[in-house]
Design a protein around this ligand. Structure first.
Ligand SMILES: [Mn+2]
Length: 361
C-alpha cells in the first residue's frame, strides 16, 4: 500500500511542477494521495514537500494512515493551517481544485490570505488529481476486483426476491442486506430496481411500486469495498418476453459487446460510444439510448473518463470503465446491461463475471 501511495505522490508532484504548490481538499483525492480515509483533511504540496493538515478528531487516524507527508494536527481549521504552511515555504502561487472548492471555501481562503498578509496567488485548476486517478495501480485494481466480485455474488438474492406484486424497494432491501452481510461497506449509489414501465426510467431508484406481472426489471447497483466502488446492471424479465422485447434486449446486448470490442489503449472514448450507437442505429433504437455508454469507476462511482459522444480523451491501460448502453421506450419499458471493464495493454478484460443472456422469472 505504502509504495503505491508514494508512487502516486511522485506522479502528482511532477504533474504540478509548473505551479509548484497545490492544495487538495476533495476527500477522495486526499485519500488517493495519502491513504487517509477521514472526511476532514487537507493535503498541501510545495517545492516537492508534502504536508497533511487535520483537526483533533483525527489525530490517531492520521498518524496510522497518512503516508509520505508531514502530519500537522492543529486547533485552527485545516485549510488555514495549510495556507500558513504554504506561505512559510515561500510559495508565490498555489493551485486549488477548481471543481471542488466551494464559494464559501474560496471566500475563507481569500480572507485567510489577507489576514496572513501574503500576496500568494490562487490558481484554480481542474482535474489535476482526477487525471492521475484514471489510471489504476495494482493495489486499486485488486480492490476493484474484490468489490465487483462481491456485488456480483449477491445478484441471486435480488432475483430470488423478484415476483409480481413485490415492491421494488423490497428487492433492493434484500440485495443490499446480502451485500452488507457479504462484507460491503455500503452501496456505491442508491440501488435501482425499476420494473415494467418504470424500467424506461434510466435512473429508476427502487420505489414502493409493486413489480408487474409482465415486463422488464432493471437492477443497477454497486458496493463499496476497501474504499472502491463497483457498478453493474442486469435487466431480467418477469413472464415470457414478447418478440419485440426480446429484440430490444438482443440489440442492447449486441451494442454492449460492440462497445467492449472497441476498448483498447489509444482509442478515444467517443469511438467506444459510437460503436454502441452504431448497433442501436441499425436496430432503429438509437434515439432511445439517452445517456452515454460509460464512465470511469474507482474511489468514486462516477470518475473520468466519460465514455460519451465525441469525447476525445484516449483510453489507456489501467483505466477501469463501465460499458452500459441502454434503450428506454417511454410508457413501455427499458433495458440496460452494464459491466465493468479493465483496459489492458492490448484490449480489455471484463471484470463483471455475471452472465448477460436474458433471464426470465
Ligand atoms: Mn454505471
Amino acid at each position: 500500500m505504502e509504495k503505491f501511495i508514494r508512487e502516486r505522490q511522485r506522479r502528482w508532484l511532477s504533474a504540478i511542477e509548473k505551479t509548484g504548490a497545490m492544495l487538495v481538499t476533495h476527500s477522495p483525492n486526499v485519500r488517493y494521495l495519502t491513504g487517509f480515509t477521514g472526511s476532514a483533511g487537507v493535503l498541501a504540496a510545495a517545492d516537492g514537500k508534502l504536508a497533511f493538515f487535520t483537526d483533533g478528531r483525527y489525530t490517531t487516524q492520521a498518524r496510522e494512515q497518512v503516508v509520505g507527508a508531514k502530519i500537522a494536527v492543529k486547533k485552527k481549521p485545516a485549510l488555514r493551517s495549510a495556507l500558513e504552511w504554504l506561505v512559510s515555504r515561500r510559495s508565490t502561487q498555489v493551485a486549488i481544485e477548481a471543481e471542488h472548492v466551494t464559494v464559501e471555501q474560496s471566500t475563507a481562503i481569500q480572507k485567510s490570505l489577507k489576514e496572513i498578509g501574503t500576496k500568494m496567488r490562487l490558481v484554480p485548476q481542474c482535474g489535476v488529481v482526477q487525471r492521475l486517478r484514471t489510471i489504476k495501480d495494482a493495489d486499486e485494481i485488486g480492490r476493484i476486483r474484490d468489490a465487483v466480485a462481491l456485488a456480483s455474488s449477491c445478484l441471486d438474492r435480488a432475483l430470488a426476491a423478484i415476483a409480481p406484486g413485490t415492491p421494488e424497494g423490497d428487492v433492493a432491501a434484500q440485495l443490499e442486506y446480502a451485500c452488507r452481510m457479504a462484507g460491503a461497506e455500503g452501496m456505491s449509489f442508491d440501488t435501482i430496481v425499476a420494473g415494467g414501465v418504470r424500467s424506461a426510467l434510466p435512473h429508476g431508484v427502487a420505489s414502493r411500486t409493486p413489480l408487474p406481472k409482465h415486463g422488464f426489471v432493471v437492477l443497477d447497483y454497486g458496493v463499496i469495498l476497501a474504499g472502491y466502488c463497483s457498478d453493474m446492471t442486469r435487466t431480467v424479465h418477469i413472464g415470457r418476453p414478447t418478440v419485440k422485447e426480446r429484440a430490444i434486449y438482443e440489440a442492447v446486448l449486441e451494442a454492449h459487446e460492440a462497445a467492449k470490442a472497441a476498448v483498447r489503449p489509444g482509442v478515444t472514448c467517443g469511438e467506444v460510444d459510437a460503436a454502441a450507437r452504431k448497433v442501436l442505429t441499425r436496430a432503429k433504437l438509437e434515439k432511445y439510448f439517452t445517456h452515454s455508454t460509460g464512465h470511469g469507476v474507482g474511489l468514486e462511482i462516477h470518475e473520468p473518463p466519460r465514455i460519451g459522444k465525441k469525447q476525445d480523451d484516449l483510453l489507456a491501460a489501467g483505466m477501469v470503465i463501465t460499458i452500459e448502453p441502454g434503450v428506454y421506450l417511454p410508457g413501455e419499458g427499458g433495458v440496460r446491461i452494464e459491466d465493468m471493464v479493465l483496459v489492458t495493454d492490448n484490449g480489455f478484460e471484463t471484470l463483471t463475471p455475471t452472465p448477460k443472456s436474458l433471464v426470465t422469472l
